[in-house]
Design a protein around this ligand. Structure first.
Ligand SMILES: [Fe+2]
Length: 267
């Protein structure tokens, strides 16, 4: 399995506190069947973000784990004005392995009216947004139509593996299941922070998917799609996402200045 969201690098954020813990997390992931990890430290107002420092730590960790897991580098990109401006000026500083996919996290409390414009701006520098754990976001739990509109325009969706077992509460669990049933989910990832409460375990999520949605869906969300992202390959064909049509949805849909902008850019 390939884990595209993992706070593995030590001492940078609220993830691994030190190199010893990072080594343990990598070993735990390897034992769970995870072969590739994208290290994704937070890039937000709370923690200082330096791609150069992150690369140095990545190389140090690679030497320590001796090939047990293949490591890549990205970040947990918080959707903020400053981040967007910097990403527009410095393509690849935030993306996964310097390629064409970037994780995008929204604040829990509020999603700005300009969020769609910001996603559009990212696409202008050839960055395809992957919305991280929308099932855990209270705004998106209440307003799935916002997510539907972004998916309709080509944004991708990552769900946290442990949301499926209720780690983030019943609402997150139920939201994740609704999204899975509609084919709105493209990736499962651990969003691991430590070896205890937020451990790097994907196998239970894989098994849940296999049991309820079939082997091919489990492999698509845990292996094939995340591998395409890890390698910055073209986006593979997916099953049709259901209930994205604004006319068929209930509630007020977000309207867009640039309809299907991602599809135009990425096909
Ligand atoms: Fe995260």
């Amino acid at each position: 399995m390939i884990d595209i969201h993992h706070h593995l690098l030590p001492g940078l954020d609220d993830g691994s506190p030190n190199m010893e813990t990072s080594v343990k997390m990598a070993e735990m992931a390897a034992s769970d069947g995870i072969t590739h990890i994208v290290c994704t430290p937070h890039a937000n107002d709370r923690f200082t973000y330096s791609r150069e420092r992150n690369e140095a730590l990545l190389n140090e960790l690679r030497a320590r784990i001796n090939g047990k897991v293949t490591l890549g580098l990205g970040c947990d990109f918080h959707m903020s004005y400053d981040n967007i401006q910097d990403a527009l000026d410095n393509v690849g500083r935030y993306s996964i392995n310097g390629g064409k996919y970037v994780l995008v996290e929204f604040a829990d409390s509020h999603i700005s009216e300009t969020a769609t414009d910001s996603l559009y701006e990212l696409t202008m520098v050839k960055q395809r947004p992957i919305i991280t754990h929308p099932e855990r976001n209270p705004v998106l739990q209440r307003h799935p139509e916002k997510l539907a509109a972004w998916i309709r325009d080509g944004a991708l969706v990552q769900v946290t593996a442990s949301s499926l077992s209720g780690r983030f509460g019943r609402t997150a669990q139920a939201t994740a299941e609704k999204m899975l049933k509609r084919n709105w989910v493209h990736f499962l990832a651990t969003d691991a922070h430590n070896v205890e409460s937020r451990a790097p375990i994907m196998s239970q999520g894989f098994e849940f998917l296999r049991k309820h949605y079939g082997q091919s869906t489990a492999e698509r969300l845990c292996i094939h799609n995340p591998m395409a992202v890890f390698r910055s390959e073209d986006w593979p064909e997916q099953p049709e996402a259901l209930d994205l049509d604004p006319d068929a949805s209930q509630g007020q849909l977000v309207t867009f200045r640039k309809n299907s902008f991602l599809k135009r850019l990425f096909g």
